[in-house]
Unconditional design. Sequence first.
Length: 382
Amino acid sequence: MDDLAGLKTTPLTAWHRAHGAKMVPFAGYEMPVQYEGVLAEHAAVRERVGLFDITHMGEIFVDGPGAEAWLDGLVTNRVAGVAVGKVTYTAMCKADGGVLDDMLIYRLGAERWLVVCNASNHDKIAAWLRAHAPASSVRMDDRSDATALIAVQGPDARELVGRVANLANLRNDIAALDFYTAFACPGASGEWIVSRTGYTGEHGYELYLPNADALAVWEELLSRGADLGVAPIGLAARDTLRFEVCYCLYGHELEEDITPLEAGIGWAVKLKKDAFTGLEALRSQQAAGVPRKLVCLEVTGRGIARQGARILSGGRDVGFVTSGTFSPTLKKPLALALVEAAVPAGDVMIDIRGKGVEARTTAFPFLAARTKGDPKAPRQLT
């Protein structure tokens, strides 16, 4: 336990410890990496429903008459003009186009917004926002330490969220939530925010709660979801789930020296916007030809390609693995890699611990996300 000393905790940390979770340091927090095991937890989310304690994420509320234009000028996607209740995936960049963080921005009201950033980048993003905030017309309220966040993911997520006592009379509102939308409602100890986004490729919801409400809601979800086979899920399965549907993870596919165009999230970059930090650099990169691209690899030789493993094509070093693991759903070793844009589709080699291992490019993504249609529809495995 010494390696966990001094770390932040969440309102659910004691519960995790009491229920046998393996706890690890993560982004300055003591977090559960697994309970029953990665394979069982991964399957629970793909087949039924799982609960994630992701309280470590950053929540920065912004309001004021200047908030809309200010946020729009800081991020790559368009947030100005979006409807109240809309959630936007975007990136925040440096002037050279490198990614400071990828994030969600919620429009909660005409002048009220919520910026949700990665735990590892919270301090950096909070400082960046403060440094670039106008002297007036914008107010920031960083509630990261006061806000608990529970994600409910899987084909049965909608049914389970609708069973929470405080949300039971809002079942129709929950069912009507489109992908990447949200609403606020009163909770036991203050405002709750319910959204439908997700990081697993399954139908899912997020519950933003005051810390005081977190344990009761967590235990209620487990109790009311017993017949659905609900399970608590750790960080390890969260990673394998996002990996299979090729969702970027900061520190892997995204970094300050990787642009969103290189990382394959160009759809979240609006180069026709009037202005945002990094716009000119990204326009120049697009015009000159994006030098690197994110590709999917199936490892056909023996071995698991881990982050940093070098990619060889035609006997030349052309890039590196950003994420790699054995896919629990597809039952084979896979990898995401950032390689030179000119690398042709086909066979490559991966240097795994000094040994060349065969691999080949494959279709993107490995597994289609099941987030917009019937959450229980059969999924085609590739």
